[in-house]
Design a protein around this ligand. Structure first.
Ligand SMILES: Cc1ncc(COP(=O)(O)O)c(C=O)c1O
Length: 413
């Protein structure tokens, strides 16, 4: 059995890390605090300040002329092209706009229209609630469409048949970080003539999306998590190039029109991904998001995925060695290839432990019933930070400090 990693080992790994200069491209958080909430709101890129200052100036000086004299309208496609490599997509297959929930609706509505005569959307009961609500809403609105939800352990492939419109799944389970095999499941959907729709929110920027290599039809994801686009950042949406011309969006808006400023009476979809745009782009949010997109466009995705896996493996090794204290277990898959963006630990203290950790300068997040999530970022985390977090967690658990009644109100935000 290999010896337990020491802090010196971790420092040596940081020194040899090909991505070691990236943390300096982000604004440091509060002194002494270690942030493991990349799964919720990723770190702030330094360049976001300059981008936001530029927009402030344009707002002040240009006002309406910003639409024609600045690049505001081109941002959704430009940002999408910069994100595409980390998602494993072509530059013309991704566009940044709206929220993940809205984009989920767009993908489902497109799928329903692309598979006339079929009636079922197959998903998992444990998928993220907004994904379910959107599908339920679409089914209520459209009629003739039903949602089949698989319970834990039910084989997904076996649920797909000739009546399936789409397999509609989250790549990564938001409680455990279990990662589904995008390649195998997309193939299984296609074997039955169904489409494959993926929500990559807990994977994009951390683990491979492989959208083109896996033959995925439609996909979405949050911009604010591992992608570091900022609080409430716009989401992204992907559609395989082969489907573009066949999709006439249900959420047809003027920004997705082929000739927006001619103001024609009838809708005609814009070429390519631009048809997924609905209304006026969120110029300020896009400016912040672009700082992150520029970082993504400059990194080697393989290096990001390799480091991300290594960070998770290190945390798991430290927990296994007892560094995180007695009673702390690993709730995520041990095999990095089956794990998404975060590592979930399990402890009876759950929410109270997350609250106590927060007070000790370690930001993690809680999901019921007992999942303590450590979002890991290959762009911002150093190996020593993983070591320090595990050690601090170990101190809190061993001392029983988390049992203090003041931590009882811990909640899952
Ligand atoms: C898998 C998944 N999908 C969607 C969302 C939320 O989407 P929205 O940006 O529309 O709030 C989340 C939020 O955490 C999520 O985890």
């Amino acid at each position: 059995m290999p010896a337990s990693p020491t802090r010196a080992d971790c420092s040596a790994r940081d020194a040899a890390d090909p991505l070691r200069d990236l943390p300096a491209r982000f604004v440091p958080g509060e002194a002494g605090t270690l942030y493991f909430d990349a799964n919720s709101v990723g770190a702030m890129p330094l360049a976001a300040r300059a981008n936001l200052a530029r927009i402030e100036g344009e707002w002040q000086r240009l006002r309406r002329r910003g639409w024609s004299e600045s690049d505001w309208l081109a941002a959704p496609a430009r940002l999408g092209a910069k994100l595409a490599p980390i998602l494993g997509a072509g530059a013309d297959e991704v566009i940044v706009c709206d929220t993940t929930s809205l984009n989920l609706f767009k993908t489902l509505a497109a799928a329903v229209a692309l598979r006339p005569g079929r009636h079922t959307i197959v998903s998992e009961a444990a998928t993220f609630p907004t994904d379910l609500y959107v599908a339920q809403g679409l089914a209520r609105f459209r009629g003739g469409v039903t949602l089949r939800l698989l319970q834990e352990g039910e084989p997904i492939e076996a649920a797909i048949d000739g009546d399936t419109i789409a397999l509609y799944l989250s790549q990564v389970d938001y409680r455990s970080a279990r990662r589904l095999d995008i390649h195998a499941l997309t193939r299984a959907a296609h074997d039955k003539g169904a489409l494959a729709i993926w929500d990559l929110s807990h994977g994009a920027g951390a683990v491979p999306g492989d959208l083109d290599a896996a033959g995925v039809d439609l996909a979405v994801g949050c911009g604010y998590k591992y992608l570091c686009g900022g609080p409430g950042a716009p989401a992204w949406i992907f559609a395989a190039r082969r489907l573009h011309d066949a999709i006439v969006p249900a959420l047809a808006g003027w920004m997705g029109h082929a000739d927006t400023f001619a103001f024609p009476l009838d809708y005609a979809p814009a070429p390519g991904m631009a048809r997924f745009l609905v209304g006026t782009p969120a110029v300020i949010a896009n400016a912040a998001m672009e700082a992150a997109c520029d970082i993504w466009a400059s990194v080697d995705p393989h290096a990001v995925f390799a480091k991300h896996a290594a960070l998770g493996d290190l945390l798991i090794a430290l927990v296994d060695e007892g560094a995180a204290g007695p009673g702390v277990g690993v709730a995520s898959p041990r095999d990095a290839a089956q794990r998404g963006g975060f590592v979930a630990l399990r402890h009876e203290g759950g929410a109270a432990l997350v609250a106590a950790l927060g007070e000790a300068g370690i930001v993690s997040s809680f999901r019921p019933p007992d999942s303590i999530r450590f979002g890991l970022s290959a762009l911002t985390h150093r190996y020593v930070e993983i070591f320090d977090a595990a050690t601090r967690l170990g101190e809190i658990v061993a001392s029983g400090r988390w049992r203090d009644p003041k931590y009882r109100k811990g909640k899952s935000i």
